[in-house]
Design a protein around this ligand. Structure first.
Ligand code: NAD
Ligand code: ZN
Length: 354
């Protein structure tokens, strides 16, 4: 079966394009009681961007905190806050990194689907279309702006709500918005994109569609992190978009599977978690790891170490369980026989080095 996947129908790109948001939202404001919900990373609460958000009378602006990556309980709480404000939200706009964009996707889905967001972690469990939702990245790399998932940590698992309804109706790609990101955060989120490309291009699911996007995204990452061109913010933003398109028709691999476990148990953020794991994956991705180390050097980033030094056996087992649930990732990386190759002991040995 071929995947018949949905893409973001509307994209605006360019420095300063954020200022067209008001005009973009206007056609959605049809119902007299309809209000817009803005979910904005609280890192911007005191910054000039705060004054540029087109909040109208009756709208709801919530500063979201992403010190922890999105949890299902937080999504449910945000949905309840929106309901307390009114029943007829016209749309949800997420402004921030991958975490904030994922919160916006999840809240827009939970405004039309009953129960808890934890009930929908998995593939195609969503029944009703989301309310109109817009993604505006302030970090480049995750590809969350184009993907059909919102990654959530629930009571039992870290797993996305994967569905066609998850995909944004509109994205606003304004490279000005990423300019102020701290260098290390910019690097880690950028490496998420680089690793998406390595895992997609070396995966068994690779096809010409994914390869076309993946190769271009990888070339852009190389330029950004090894040559630092003047339009690096533009290039990294497009790398993220293309990297996301690449994995939409293939899959990620070993690094993401292990990084999900690390993040579930230790709360390590996605970009940094991927970078920590990737550094130990020479046996799977030799060339990619060598180039990644060049980028680390060039960008003067030193990775955290000894994360798993004091981990109990129970915690290690939970991490392994989370990693092993992600069968499609392992299959992409190692082929259909992956279970014979990737034993619990081998995963534990990899984790122990980190
Ligand atoms: P993030 O959204 O987790 O943010 C990381 C930190 O950077 C936060 O402290 C945030 O406040 C801060 N920040 C964001 N933009 C900033 C800016 N312009 N200036 C200063 N600080 C800024 O980071 P991320 O790496 O973009 O996203 C990681 C998240 O994305 C994880 O939750 C991960 O699960 C998710 N993810 C989702 C997908 C998807 O397809 N849905 C794909 C990959 C990752
Ligand atoms: Zn990723």
């Amino acid at each position: 079966m071929f995947r018949n996947f949905k893409v973001v129908p509307r994209v605006i790109f360019g420095r300063g394009s954020f200022d067209q948001l008001d005009e973009i939202l206007q056609p959605q404001r049809t119902d007299a009681d309809g209000f817009m919900v803005f979910l904005v990373d609280d890192v911007f609460s005191e910054q000039p961007l705060a004054g540029r958000i087109p909040v109208k009378e009756g709208d709801l602006l919530i500063w979201v905190n992403v010190d922890d990556e999105p949890k299902t309980a937080y999504v449910d709480e945000l949905r309840d806050r929106v309901y307390r404000h009114g029943k007829t939200s016209a749309g949800v706009v997420g402004i921030g990194g991958g975490s904030t964009m994922d919160l916006a996707k999840a809240v827009s889905l939970m405004l039309t689907n009953p129960g808890s967001s934890a009930d929908y972690q998995g593939w195609d469990l969503i029944r009703h279309p989301a309310v109109y939702h817009v993604g505006i990245p302030t970090l480049s790399g995750t590809g969350a702006e184009v993907s059909r998932t919102t990654v959530l940590t629930g009571p039992e698992k870290k797993l996305g709500i994967n569905s066609d309804y998850t995909v944004f109706d509109q994205v606003v790609l304004d490279p000005d918005l990423v300019a102020g990101a701290p260098a290390d955060q910019r690097f880690y989120t950028g490496m998420d994109c680089y690793i998406h490309c390595v895992e997609s291009l070396q995966g068994t699911f690779l096809n010409a569609f994914s390869q076309a996007y993946g190769e271009k995204a990888m070339e852009l990452c190389r330029e950004v992190f090894l040559k630092e061109p003047p339009d690096a913010d533009e290039k990294l933003m497009m790398a993220s978009y293309f990297g996301g398109m690449s994995i939409a028709y293939s899959q990620v691999g070993v690094c993401h599977a292990l990084s999900y476990g690390l993040s579930y148990e230790l709360g390590v953020h996605h970009g940094i978690g991927n970078s920590i794991v990737f550094n130990y994956l020479e046996e799977f991705y030799a060339e990619g790891v060598a180039e990644f180390r060049e980028m680390l050097d060039r960008q003067k980033i030193s990775l955290p170490r000894h994360l798993t030094a004091n981990l109990s056996d129970a915690a290690m087992n939970r991490m392994i369980d989370v990693a092993l649930v992600l069968a499609p990732l392992w299959e992409n990386a190692l082929g259909p026989q992956w279970r014979q190759e990737m034993t619990r002991e081998r995963i534990a040995a990899l984790y122990r080095q980190m």
